[in-house]
Ligand binder design. Sequence first.
Ligand code: NAG
Length: 253
Amino acid sequence: MDLHPSSSTSSDLGLRRKMLVFLIALLASSALSIAGASPTTNKKLPALVKLRVEGDVDTIFEAPVLTQGHNVTTAQGGTHHCDGTNFGVNPTPGPTCTSALDDGSLHQRRFIWDGPFDPPDFNFDDYLITSIGGVAQTDTQFWGILLDFQFTPVGGCQQQVTHGQEVLFAFDAFSKNFFLKASGPVVAKVGKPVVVTVIDGTTGVAIEGASIGGVLTDANGHASLTFGTVGLKKLKATRSDSIRSNAVEILVV
Ligand SMILES: *[C@@H]1O[C@H](CO)[C@@H](O)[C@H](O)[C@H]1NC(C)=O
């Protein structure tokens, strides 16, 4: 039973009816567009990955990168797909190791990368990455691609990535014994020692004799560091036979 004046009630009802019809139409159209789009434009979600590029003498890039599968272009190789469907490795397009590299290079304008596509003797529908950030392969030193510290079994445009993974492009990767992975506290106090740890990211074994913050790690992969000044310290571990580590960031207060 309606106790409101009839004129106002009917206009309210009319408005509500119109809104309802509009909402139903909106829902129906979006449902249709979702249902209609999914079989043809089926695509995996973009991924936020940690991209790291370790060159011969220093780190070329180390930052999070949001990437999705897309075409990429190199001077030597031209433009080709790079979404994991390369060579039929994945049925559904999605973000890849090399799309992450390309997004790191393009969007943050830090470095360029190059390489031929499907060169002779490499029939794999993918790029052979020959240089990144001006560091070019030699007769004996090549760029390697690792995902979560494991060599990818397929090419960089074939290997898809998911949220949170670590994508590492490492120069001379195939002649190194270890891929260093460093960790430590987020905060330290001036004058108070803290322990940082270095392991091989691939196997998890402790790495002795790695240099980090000017100190060598012990047999447990530990180094005790004491900071004399406040500030954000960025430390990377190195060892001559290994690929240098990720940066550990310690805020000294
Ligand atoms: C992506 O590259 C392929 C070749 O691999 C080409 O056929 C296609 O037209 C390109 N797509 C876009 C949007 O540039």
